[in-house]
Design a protein around this ligand. Sequence first.
Ligand code: MSP
Length: 697
Amino acid sequence: MTFYLTTAIDYVNSRPHLGTAYEKVTADVIVRYRRLCGVSTHFLMGNDEHSQNVYQRAQELGLEPRVFCDQMEQVFREVWAKLDVSFDDFIRTTEERHRLAVTTLVQRIADAGDLYEGVYEGWYCVSCEAFKPDKDLVEGNCAIHQTAPEWIKEKNHFFRLSKYRDRLLQHFEAHPTFLQPDVRRNEMLRLLEGGLEDISVSRTGQSWGIPLPFDPSSVVYVWFDALINYIAGVGYGSDEERFRTWWPADVHLVGKDITRFHAVVWPAMLMSAGLPLPKCVFGHGWVNWEGQRMSKSRGTSVDPLEAADRLGPDPLRLYLVKAIAFGHDGDFTWERFEEHYNADLANNFGNLVNRVAVMAQKYRGGRLAPVQGAVSPLADRAADAVGRYTAAMAEHQLHVAMAAAFDLIDATNEFITRAEPWVLARTPDRSGELDQALFGMAEAVRIAAILLWPAMPASCTEILRRMGYVGPVSQIRFDRDTTWTHGERQIVTGPLLWPRIEDVGTSKSVVASTRRGVRASKGAGDTMTDETESGAAPPPQENGVVETTSNASTAPVTSTAATGAAAPQKNGAEGAAVDASAAPAEAPRVSFDDFMNIELRVAKVLAAEPIPKSKKLLKVTVDTGSGERTLVAGIARSYTPDTLVGRSVIIVANLEPAKLMGVESNGMMLAATDPEGRPVLLTLDDPAAAPAGSRVR
Ligand code: MSP
């Protein structure tokens, strides 16, 4: 079985931004999944070089266009390498194989009688590299680029696009999945129903481009040229056998702005040349910056290298695939990225991997085997997640597939909370139960790592290794290896994969270094884990979780976080003194006196307001019973200021003051953290009974 996927080829007049990178990353996730399924893939990406913008940029730099393109190829390749984009082939439109394909196809279209000479007169947007009818202009400017188009009048060769309108409509009707998602299909159907006009496919008076085989005074219009890369990349015009192996493409993945070229113009060109049509065009949405189109000139573009450097390529890839519904527009902000990182990776998956490895190590020296005949409740949860993941991937619902994988992670965390392996470990006659629990946890993590591997290849390869998988990932087969297995395995621990970020959303956001954290607590017991011996920090509990001793009468219920951003970060990777195995009973103890040194009091919210430029922080004025105070609290994602006024909350009253976003905070409000990482304030059961200032203990 083969699978041929292409992305749009990029204009090289500027570096890739996160929007262009989005397309390549999502393509890579699709292709990696197919490879896991044992399918032989051809993943083609490349650069679109015959654009006027590229030519102009080279001139500005005083370079030959080809030399400039050579330099830009390295820039693009560096970004794709950093993001772990595993294309099988990279094509440039200045390559000989591309010229051969363009010349051959254009000649075939001409031979079919579908080209004729005429005069084009109208607007042309150089940034779009497209002719613009008046209806596409806003106040005389290109609606997409907000720049003035050029007026062009020149002799051109035209392609009889209008001739293919009925055949295109029939094709759309006969192949409902030809153009996806439905919103794009409907747009295109409306366009086709309105009729098509012939299009100009050559430019005169330009040297930068591929000359028309029958009129060397003209070059092929850059879009007509660029689309042909999809067949040039698999040997059209140069290697017919290769072409027969790969063509037609299974998926052309492109942005929604260029769907028309791919779902109308390109199929018509192929029809004219008598070639099969691609099986599917998928028009993905845009990644916006705070709701606006990414644009370098407007300062709304994000450098993918910087984004990958901040938290790592895998967290960035996961964000793009999971946080944005594939096919729709999505937003990127540093704050959202960091929040997703903390919620999905630091607090959730990373924490789970670490807990499982450390518990396996601590209780069984890393050697795990299931109890004969016992069935883990997680086996059904895994099968369900795998089933939903597979169905979602088949429909290009990448975000749904990722969510299914995280359902399995959540189920495993819930299982640990219920199974309480640390309690089982203290009861010798429950040793079999402990074996079974540890094995189930590790097996579920192994399966989750395979599901997430296409999105986070490097991290999941490492997680698979820690969960005892010894072979190369290339030998994993999705169907076989995502079913529940029973083999004995050796689990290994390792440093934290994703340390928590403190101060999310502030300009100070930094990843807490694994070396900065304190060692795993002595409370972990007498047995020092690999983690502690290697000096790596233990994983933070969720937001500085303080889980209580878990015995029959005091089961841990939820995690508790201090949301006053002014709090010195004594929790998380910075200062956690919490055992990685998350054995609540063995968390480090504080003396009663130490506890009493922390002054918890009831306070009543008098006023609250947003803090400019912060999405997370609110400035809150409270009555502490002995006066008014200002706190800065990281709760804006859960509460609007007006919903806070009048509430009785619990504050840490004797914290040192600290300044955040220019506002001095004098205390910290307590809150639990929900599974999405959002704060949930601790309030009083009976506020009237305990007025502001009441001591909490
Ligand atoms: N060169 C043409 C494509 C020719 S394909 C035969 C082109 N190049 S581009 O560099 O402008 O865009 C490359 C791809 O990135 C396109 O699919 C485009 O839709 C996509 N994106 C550009 N900005 C984007 C976002 N902000 N978000 C998501 N995708 C974006 O068009």
